[in-house]
Write a protein that binds this ligand. Structure first.
Ligand code: PHE
Length: 453
């Protein structure tokens, strides 16, 4: 079987941007920024993206392009001893993340439909109504059906392949996300509350940073990895379909730049909506954004249209991320077991769907999976890969990066050292804090939930 490749460079870049831009940019980023000190957090985050995220993205790219294999095969080919098994971690992580990501994405589809059928004015007229609406969307039969619908879309795109599936889909989806987002931000600007909202979002509070740096640093690091889809082999897999040798550093720069710009613009959308409805951003969380935004859409002029467009835009962004996760799993089955693309995509889709079912029954499973994947598995994956490429396979990595760029001289060496020390240290500290946080969750919230059974 000849391995497929991207038809165009733009196709590859858009696929990577599509993967990067997702729920992480849209509901996570603006709220973390709001909570962690506004533009002061933004500065730390931007520094992390450039200093840690960008080099780590290059790490995944060189591994993928060098081996032209899925993450399991790639690590088996490059590594020896225990390193040969690191790829399995990526596959497990992908399974877990996609299972709940699909449930949450299904909520966005459901909210889009609500906008079309009856608007948010009736269903979310009061905060209590908005809360009740979220309850009915998030769990139960509706949640299950929209989770299934979302997985069908993901499977359909992956089954169609790299060129006619992923590449075609992202060439429509990514421009659509950008256009819709800019339109929504422009609308947000016209709202009276926009000045107040921008001030909340952008006024730097360095006092907050000084006081809370122990929570800001890992939050910024975790967000940097999650938003760039690092730590589970997505970028390895996508780069493995690069047939020819391009300048990976340039591609990575474009991808990181677009992902960051989109995240920042989202803040210019979400905060004006909330302030216009007289709401102050609360402490985030899975339901919070749905409840407060639907309440906002019930208030603001043309809220029904704006809300429908907003939820649809998020649904599209989630879809372009979800396909990248299923492609990691599918490429593993195809490369390692010679399974054909269509049965691989369909079989995996069913398995992921089943794994996500508990989340549609009780939201405690969302926290259980999300915290585990997000603050432990992804970070562990990124750490192991940085250690491997920085300390074990650095010569091959540097050589691979230079293909398509030319002699990097000291820059190549600098990249390896950034990966060896700063990336490893930041990720290791985040991992430690992530484990502590997860242990707390298990012994407190989750234990309470179990005890109440
Ligand atoms: N980057 C995606 C987002 O911001 C999430 C993601 C993480 C996608 C890991 C794939 C792999 O929503």
């Amino acid at each position: 079987m000849v391995r497929e490749t991207w038809a165009t460079r733009v196709g590859f870049i858009l696929a990577a941007v599509g993967s990067a831009v997702g729920l992480g940019n849209i509901w996570r980023f603006p709220f973390i920024t709001g909570q962690e000190g506004g533009s002061a957090f933004l500065l730390v985050y931007l520094a992390f993206i450039a200093l840690i995220g960008f080099p780590a993205l290059l790490v995944e790219f060189v591994v993928g392009r060098r081996t032209e294999l899925n993450p399991v095969g790639a690590l088996q080919e490059l590594g020896s001893g225990a390193w040969r098994y690191v790829g399995y971690l990526f596959v497990v992580t992908g399974f877990i993340i996609l299972s709940y990501y699909s449930v949450v994405a299904g909520w966005f589809l459901r909210y889009t439909v609500i906008g079309v059928t009856d608007g948010y004015t009736a269903s979310a007229a009061s905060p209590d109504a908005a809360e009740a609406l979220f309850g009915s969307v998030a769990t139960g039969l509706d949640s299950l059906l929209f989770h299934a619908l979302f997985m069908v879309l993901v499977v359909a795109i992956i089954a169609a392949g790299i060129r006619s599936g992923i590449e075609v889909a992202v060439k429509v989806m990514v421009p659509a996300i950008i256009v819709l987002l800019i339109g929504l931000a422009a609308y947000g600007f016209t709202l009276d509350a926009s000045a107040e909202a921008y001030a909340y979002y952008l006024s730097p509070d360095f006092g907050v940073i000084a006081e809370n740096w122990t929570s800001i640093l890992p939050a910024a690091a975790g967000q940097a990895f999650f938003t760039l889809s690092l730590g589970m082999g997505v970028m390895i897999t996508y780069a493995s379909y690069l047939g020819e040798d391009r300048n990976l550093a340039e591609d990575a720069g474009i991808i990181v730049g677009l992902d960051t710009a989109i995240a920042v613009i989202v803040g210019f959308v979400v905060f004006p909506f909330l302030f216009a409805a007289g709401l102050t951003p609360g402490d985030g969380g899975a339901g919070e954004i749905f409840v407060s935004l639907t309440a906002a859409f019930a208030e603001i002029p043309a809220g029904r249209v704006i809300g429908t467009v907003f939820f649809a835009m998020v649904g599209i962004a989630a879809l372009s991320s979800a396909i990248s996760i299923l492609e990691v799993l599918a490429s593993y089955l195809m490369d390692e077991f010679g399974v054909d693309r269509v049965p691989a995509a369909a079989g995996l889709g069913v398995a992921v769907f089943v794994l996500g079912v508990p989340v549609t029954v009780d939201l405690v499973f969302l926290d259980l999976l999300d915290l585990f994947a997000d603050s432990i598995l992804l970070v562990l994956g990124a750490l192991l890969l940085a250690l491997f490429v920085g300390w074990v396979a650095s010569d091959a990595a540097r050589e691979e990066l230079e293909i398509g760029i030319g002699d990097l001289g000291g820059l190549g060496e600098a990249w390896i050292w950034v990966v060896r020390i700063p990336v490893v240290v930041v990720v290791a500290v985040s991992l430690y804090l992530g484990v502590v946080e997860y242990a707390e969750f298990l012994t407190e919230d989750f234990a309470d939930w179990l005890a109440a059974r």
